[in-house]
Design a protein around this ligand. Sequence first.
Ligand SMILES: Nc1ncnc2c1ncn2[C@@H]1O[C@H](COP(=O)(O)OP(=O)(O)OP(=O)(O)O)[C@@H](O)[C@H]1O
Length: 271
Amino acid sequence: MSPSASLTPQQSKSTLDNGHIHNTSNDSNSKLLSLNDVNYDIGRQRLVAHINIDIAVNETVSLIGPNGAGKSTLVKLILGLITPTDGKITAHQPLQLGYVPQRFTVPPILPLRVQDLLAQAHKHRLTPEQRQFIFDNLSLTHLLTRQMRYLSGGETQRVLLARALLDKPNLLILDEPMQGLDPDTEVWLYQFIDELPDFLRCAMLVVSHDLHWVMKGSRRVICLNKHICCEGQPSELAMTHEFQKLFGHHYEQPYVHQPHDCEHHAPSELL
Ligand SMILES: Nc1ncnc2c1ncn2[C@@H]1O[C@H](COP(=O)(O)OP(=O)(O)OP(=O)(O)O)[C@@H](O)[C@H]1O
């Protein structure tokens, strides 16, 4: 799977013509993407069932669900990597997709520097100042000549997020972007995507296991367990029987990371 799937309007049109994502005219409607009664089967197994979702322009939607609930399958359907068995996915305007995958591994025989990966992004969708904003805020400059496979988890996620944002997507899909990150980096990265500047504003679909982030704020939450078992604003969702059944025991006892002064020494201090 490519680290950042992007469809230019032209490519998007051809995908629409060839595949399962249908287009509608770009009217005043603020819907960006709709899934209507989408099923996806492998053999006799139904991975996701009767999915109905509308995502509006610039809306952030969190997608939660237990392991094996079909979250990544849904992401692949939206990215166009797999085709619904039934149902329809409609782009209401040309999609420019940005994608930050759950995992990104580079084979040891493939030399791939950070700058090589970032060079795959569109060069002219952002101004030089806007590109620099991304480089500065994601602290990329000192990483540019480094090999991707030697980056830490946090560095890798920053590079992948930059790769996606440089394309100026109108739909950014983050599939568990915080996996493997320490709590401080996680808080920082969530804050970054929550506070994107206007020139990067876009719809976001964030697959997350982090209920503390998901349940705070006013982002719409969709809870998937093969089918959509509940959805709504966090305050509404927390009251539903389905949410309580799936997550109640985790959500009642939130883990709160307390930053603290410690006596650990960074390796350089020990030299
Ligand atoms: N290509 C495949 N062939 C057969 N089964 C598959 C395939 N891809 C996914 N599955 C199964 O479909 C179910 C949903 O998988 P999916 O990866 O979408 O779940 P998920 O919600 O993203 O899980 P997790 O939270 O663990 O990442 C799982 O039971 C998985 O084993």
